[in-house]
Design a protein around this ligand. Sequence first.
Ligand SMILES: Nc1ncnc2c1ncn2[C@@H]1O[C@H](COP(=O)(O)OP(=O)(O)O)[C@@H](O)[C@H]1O
Ligand SMILES: O=C(O)C1=C[C@@H](OP(=O)(O)O)[C@@H](O)[C@H](O)C1
Ligand SMILES: [Mg+2]
Length: 175
Amino acid sequence: MLIVLVGLPGSGKSTVGRQLARRLGLPFRDSDHDIEARIGCSIREFFEREGEAAFRDIEQEVIRELTQVGPCVLATGGGAVLRPANREQLRRTGCVVYLRSAPEELFRRLRHDSQRPLLQVADPLQRLRALYEERDPLYRETCHYVIETGRPSVSTLVNMVMMQLELAGVLQPRP
Ligand SMILES: Nc1ncnc2c1ncn2[C@@H]1O[C@H](COP(=O)(O)OP(=O)(O)O)[C@@H](O)[C@H]1O
Ligand SMILES: O=C(O)C1=C[C@@H](OP(=O)(O)O)[C@@H](O)[C@H](O)C1
Ligand SMILES: [Mg+2]
């Protein structure tokens, strides 16, 4: 089974995804990690050198591959839903969970983070609000379930995702 996490930068896709995979005994894959292995530098450097469109081309290839490697928990990058082909591929092949977070919460988590290329601007909170406006409808269109991430800790969120998947019959209930 393929479980896919989507959401804005800082929503916890990588952190929650890793713990969720451990709890489920599934491999964990992070599309940004595979992209960095392929380009041989950080995503931030690649954005600066080659631009966003070149990044999106590689991201689309990596997503297509990772949705075909067998059962795993897949953390995507925040912009994975921008391309219709990715939205269609993720929704068709996986059980897609949207980790929804308010831009203000994401700003609190990421204000000291220098590795997210889209947030290296004078007003990152304003940028996060704009990204939310643009992408929230795309995450909703792609996902099967929405999980609110505002207050819960990472381990509580892992439990919430597991409970949601059990209720939906995607996961067997735990004894
Ligand atoms: N539910 C949460 N509560 C508090 N901090 C969180 C939560 N989820 C993620 N974080 C923190 O926010 C930062 C970004 O998380 P990350 O998993 O990299 O997000 P993403 O992969 O969605 O961009 C990390 O420092 C992580 O520890
Ligand atoms: O939102 C985006 O467009 C991006 C989010 C990043 O992943 P995270 O969501 O893990 O930060 C990474 O894929 C790249 O910097 C582009
Ligand atoms: Mg991530």
